[in-house]
Write a protein that binds this ligand. Structure first.
Ligand code: ADP
Length: 577
């Protein structure tokens, strides 16, 4: 085969490698994230030669996470390329995570010889990848002949972005990539998918039902989820929220859809808003564990729910949905707005005042916490410094993972702009950090600040090399308290306690090892000036932020999900008992 960017027309034949690239290009794919190896190395070369940007990673899960984040940011499927067997398996957690988060991505994996795999004859890296991928993907397809490559890519693109977005697995055995066919005939096998994510208009009677309900209530609340951020219906959502005056609560990745400083934001009065709302309009948010399943005691036992979702099967998954609105968010929210203008619908003043009063009390408490200046630093003091720098840099993309580093940053770091925050998502998964940061930088060209717990960073830390190799404007701030949750647990034996890492680790040296810039900070002032300089430089950097190892609580805000051993309670162990 050749590695020319164009199909080798002069030889009147083309091959599977070129056809995959032709089909990706025909469908607007301009970036591929992956790791090369047998049998897809030439696929990456041909892609790069064709003008597609190829970003090579150090571990496939991060490449897959990057593809998923690209899908969330662009509404086009992010593409991840993996090798057979173990490389494929490393990509699978990211595919599963993308599917869970409703992000469109396609994992294209090379695979071993079908005839050998199916008779279990022991081929190189043999695995029935199609079967393995099925439970973790929205759909899984295999391309068995070179003539089917265009169709396979079209099908993967369509499936990934239409309806509820998700991860699609596309298996291409090595022998198919190497097959040749007549170039003129091959050109007819590739097509561009027309309108890959068609609008889905809501039924007029469903809109009426929802508006009737909203018009009667005393304490309405709008919950905006990451589906609302993904939908890119920013103006429609903003208009509806502002026209009705109904308080809104953003889920973490919907922060910035309307600015966190918006007077109608109920974020600083979250518990009160949830427990007192009598009617809740869910827009691209599921009533899963992140929302206490919509149940008492977090919610009022007789709260009524209106839900906007593209997947009708989501309705009634946890609570009765009094007014289901099946459709795409842009269309549904525009229809709601038109109907609301005709009625009109407003938020009762007493409810707005009740929330405003709680908000100002909680905001005062937050200001107090942020103004403390203990030494060594604790989470709030470090986050206060980050917050002030990011307020001056609203264009920055924020990636956030960890336990305490996630829970506290989510509350402290305000977002002003839609889709600027990427975090652990529906699963609360660790390890997304560097993959998401790389995708945010590659897809947008804007500066990225990844706010990481020291434990969370470890899951994808080697991708700092990738960040440095591509000279991406990514600053990784590591809130280093030396442990999973915290770093001061006493050991039960001679080894470190299970939660303990290394509070004196100098993570910034990792950046320096690969040509990036490292900063080590111990005070909020040092952190503020390091982060300001790092963002301004627009090049790879790590800020190791030394925190008090006793800062942090076990399981962050999720302590209620953590079953404690009755025989050996954590508190007893940490006291060295
Ligand atoms: P969060 O975690 O922020 O609460 P979820 O991931 O639970 O958000 O919910 C996102 C929801 O948004 C999913 O149920 C998904 O089906 C839905 N969704 C995604 N894109 C669209 C869209 N364009 N229109 C309507 N619903 C959408």
């Amino acid at each position: 085969m050749t590695t020319d960017s164009a199909s080798p027309e002069s030889t009147r034949s083309t091959d599977g490698f070129h056809l995959v690239v032709d089909a990706l290009r025909a469908n607007g794919v301009d970036t591929v994230y992956g790791i090369v190896g047998i049998p897809i190395t030439d696929l990456a070369r041909v892609a790069q030669a064709s003008g597609i940007r190829y970003i090579g990673f150090r571990q496939e899960t991060s490449a897959g996470n990057a593809a998923a984040a690209a899908g969330f940011l662009t509404r086009r499927p992010g593409v991840c390329l993996t090798t057979s067997g173990p490389g494929f398996l490393n990509g699978l957690p990211a595919l599963a995570n993308a599917t869970t988060n409703c992000f469109p991505m396609i994992q294209i994996s090379g695979s071993s010889n079908r005839a050998l795999v199916d008779l279990q004859r022991g081929d190189y890296q043999d695995l029935d990848q199609l079967s393995a991928a099925k439970p973790f993907a929205k759909a899984a397809y295999r391309i068995a002949r070179v003539e089917e490559i265009g169709r396979g890519i079209a099908r993967a693109v369509r499936t990934a972005v239409s309806g509820r977005p998700g991860g699609v697995y596309l298996d291409i055995p090595g022998e198919v990539l190497g097959q040749t066919m007549d170039a003129a005939a091959a050109a007819h096998t590739v097509w561009r998918v027309v309108d890959p994510a068609p609008r889905q208009l809501p039924a007029p009677d469903a809109v009426e039902r929802a508006l009737d309900l909203l018009a009667r209530v005393r304490r309405p609340l709008i919950v905006l989820g990451k589906g609302a951020a993904y939908a890119q219906a920013d103006e429609a959502i903003r208009n509806f929220v502002e026209d009705t005056g109904i308080p809104f609560l953003p889920m973490s990745m919907a922060k910035g859809l309307l600015p966190d400083s918006h007077p109608q934001s109920a974020a600083a009065a979250r518990s009160l808003a949830i427990s007192r709302a009598d009617t809740v309009l869910l827009v691209g948010a599921r009533l899963n564990w992140l929302l206490g399943h919509g149940a008492a005691p977090q919610w009022s036992a007789d709260a009524a729910f209106i839900q906007v979702d593209i997947a009708a099967s989501e309705f009634d998954s946890n609570q009765p949905i009094a007014a289901p609105l099946a459709g795409d968010i842009g269309s549904v929210v525009s229809a709601l707005r038109d109907g609301a203008l005709a009625r009109p619908i407003t938020a009762p003043a007493q409810w707005v005042e009740e929330l405003a009063e709680r908000k100002s009390r909680n905001e005062a408490k937050m200001r107090e916490l942020l103004s403390e200046n203990p030494h060594p630093m604790r989470f709030y003091n470090a986050l206060g410094a980050i917050r002030s720098v990011l307020q001056d840099n609203p264009d920055v993309y924020v990636v956030n993972e960890g336990a305490n580093a996630l829970d506290l940053a989510r509350n402290v770091i305000d977002m002003q702009t839609p889709r600027r925050r990427l975090d652990t998502g529906t699963w609360g998964v660790m390890g997304i950090g560097m993959g998401y940061a790389i995708a945010a930088a590659v897809e947008t060209g804007k500066p990225v600040v990844a706010i990481e717990g020291d434990s969370a960073f470890g899951f994808s830390g080697m991708e700092v090399e990738t960040i440095c190799r591509y000279q991406l404007p990514v600053t990784v701030v590591i809130l280093n308290n030396g442990g999973v949750y915290r770093g001061d647990e006493a050991p039960a034996g001679s080894d470190p306690a299970p939660t303990v890492l290394n509070a004196r680790a100098r993570h910034e040296l990792i950046a320096e090892a690969f040509g990036g810039k490292g900063y080590h900070v111990t005070t909020p002032d040092e952190l503020r000036s390091a982060l300001t300089a790092a963002i301004a430089a627009g090049s790879p950097s790590i800020i190791d932020c030394e925190l008090d190892p006793s800062a942090g609580v076990e399981s962050g805000h999720l302590a209620r999900l953590n079953p404690t051993s009755a025989a050996a309670p954590a508190a007893k162990l940490s006291a060295g008992a």
